[in-house]
Structure formats: C-alpha cells, structure tokens
Design a protein around this ligand. Structure first.
Ligand code: GDP
Length: 192
C-alpha cells in the first residue's frame, strides 16, 4: 500500500455524514498532543496531511484520508483536552462510540500515547470499547526518542504486560515520528 498517496476526502461530525461504509478503514486515536498528526504525516510522508484535521472547527470531527478505492485512514478527534466543556466531551464520546460500534468498514484501531504518559483512563476506555467490538488494536508509544533506550524498553514491557488485561488483540510498539522508530511495525500491521 502506498501510504504517501493518502488524500484528504471528508470531515464529518458523525458516521451518518460519512460517505460509503465499504472497504477497509483503520482509525487513529489518542489524547490531544499524543503525536497523532505527526504519526499520520510520517506514515504518509506528507508534511501537512493531518494539519487538515487541526484546522479550527475540524478538531472535533472525524477526518477521512483515502489511500485507494478500498482503503482509508481515519483521524479521530483527539481527546482529553482539559478545557473542553463537559457537553462537548459527551457529544464526542457519543460519536466515537457510535463510530466504533457501527462502522462496518472499520478494520482496526491505532491508539497513540505519549510514552511518558501511557494508558490514561480515556485510553483504557477506548481500548476496552475496541476490544468489545472485536477490533484489533495497535498501541503506539509515541515520542520514544524522548527517553533513553533502557527507560523506553522498560515502558514498552510494562505496557505490554498491562495490555494482557484488555483480553483482546492488542499489540504495543514504540514509535517516534522524529526518528522513524516503529514505522515498519505500523506499516506491517496496516498491511496485514
Ligand atoms: P496530536 O495533537 O496528537 O496531533 O499531536 P502532534 O502530532 O501535533 O504533536 C504534539 C507535539 O509533540 C508537537 O510539538 C510535536 O512536534 C511533538 N512530537 C510529535 N511526535 C514526536 C516525536 O516522535 N518525537 C518528539 N520528540 N516530539 C514529537
């Protein structure tokens, strides 16, 4: 799959507004600032692909990037903003829950977490949801370059150990947009 051919197609507030529900899509999710945009840009070798999703007014929307006729990458709204009003959070949770449960073409979920702040409550909620929906999950521990190798590997082992509790298909890899760490593992998983 040529990830560099990814093209922004649509922003939508809920799945009813998304186009067809055919083929396969893999959704990217994470707390705001986890490094999701950087990871999408690194994967697609495009400097500002995911900037589209950060355009004011689009941050709460589901953004779709088409790879080819059958495959899409989906940028889900970042979560965990302290300042977002409760009503907005609830609306977001509703559209996210709906997306995970009802989207037929959803084939897997990539959950990005800053390696220095892994497995926060909202991350865990999301992963439990995905596992309930029988979706495979790939956890990327982002900004891995921020830690020394020994510290990095320690977190990797800890998160792998903790992931057993999800009782689903949950894999964990290190990732760094800066260094390209984890990019082959991400592509392997997406291709599979
Ligand atoms: P998003 O809110 O999840 O889309 O996060 P961004 O991709 O915008 O990244 C948030 C911040 O983390 C930015 O300042 C990025 O430059 C930084 N960042 C993202 N990925 C990496 C990485 O792999 N290494 C380092 N050192 N910084 C990163």
């Amino acid at each position: 799959i040529e990830y560099k051919n990814a093209k922004f197609t649509i922003s939508a507030p809920n799945i009813a507004s998304l186009a067809t529900d055919e083929g396969f899509e893999v959704a990217f999710a994470g707390r705001s600032n986890a490094g999701k945009s950087s990871a999408l840009n690194t994967l697609t070798e495009q400097k500002s692909l995911a900037r589209t999703s950060k355009t004011p007014g689009r941050t709460q929307l589901i953004n779709i990037f088409e790879l080819d006729e059958q495959r899409r990458l989906v940028d889900l709204p970042g979560y965990g903003y302290a300042k977002v009003p409760l009503a907005v959070k609830q609306k977001w949770q509703k559209s996210l829950g709906e997306y995970l449960q009802k989207r037929e073409s959803l084939a897997g979920l990539v959950v990005l977490m800053d390696i220095r702040h892994p497995l926060k409550e909202l991350d865990q909620d999301l992963i439990f949801w995905a596992v309930d929906s029988e979706l495979p999950v790939l956890i990327l521990l982002t900004k891995a370059d921020k830690l020394k190798q020994s510290a990095r590997n320690k977190v990797l082992q800890e998160v792998r150990q903790a992931s057993i509790n999800f009782e689903g298909d949950v894999e964990v890899e290190l990732f760094s947009s800066l260094k390209g760490t984890g990019l082959p593992a991400l592509k392997r998983k997406l291709n599979g």
